[in-house]
Design a protein. Structure first.
Length: 202
């Protein structure tokens, strides 16, 4: 897998044979993904989804695969090793990228509130999600922001984004980072091919 933008054709998923949930109801979501979604307490993505939404297994798998293929840990004992997502992280990524609207095939979820205790790789996951959107979305002029109450706080995720880019040759060649060393320049990463950027804002 290379760090390039791509659009996956998800129309074929609707014709796949449905599985069955534990309650006996028909489900279009593969069992392995239903088991992963169970990692998110109190969350049932299939509730009320049948008429408006569908799960694009291929898109979810592709997004999950992007992490170990293109993203490396940038600090600590795991530095420079591929980012292998944990079960709950796969559930989050799969929900964000896999659930689509039947009306236009765009993503179901426009916002995600991820609340987990300290020392659970929140910053690493968030930086990875920013890069996944930056790389996998087929969108011109995309704007991705890392926001915080202070400039230093907003820069935490941005520094991880830049570090991950520097460890991935295809991304390092494609994207241009500004302000990563501090100073007065705005902290941002640009993809001039699509006029898209990632920026740290207060």
């Amino acid at each position: 897998m290379t760090a390039t933008k791509t659009r996956k054709d998800s129309s074929s998923i609707r014709g796949r044979r449905k599985s069955t949930t534990d309650s006996g109801q028909a489900s279009s979501v593969p069992k392995r993904w239903r088991n992963l979604f169970a990692c998110i307490p109190g969350y049932d993505p299939e509730a009320g989804a049948a008429d408006l939404y569908y799960f694009d297994e291929e898109a979810a798998d592709y997004a999950v695969g992007f992490f170990p293929a293109c993203i490396r840990h940038i600090k600590g004992s795991l530095a420079r090793q591929p980012y292998e997502l944990g079960e709950w992280e796969k559930a989050v990524v799969g929900c964000v990228f896999g659930w689509k609207r039947k009306s236009d095939n765009l993503r179901r979820y426009r916002q995600a509130f991820i609340f987990v205790p300290k020392k659970n790789s929140k910053t690493t996951l968030t930086a990875g999600l920013a890069l996944a959107h930056f790389n996998l979305d087929d969108e011109e002029g995309a704007e991705i922001y890392s926001a915080g109450a202070t400039k230093d706080q907003a820069s935490i995720i941005f520094r991880d984004v830049v570090g991950m880019i520097n460890m991935c040759p295809p991304m390092k060649e494609k994207f241009k980072a500004f302000g990563a060393s501090g100073g007065g320049q705005q902290r941002s990463v640009w993809d001039y091919g699509t006029n898209s950027w990632v920026a740290a804002v207060v």
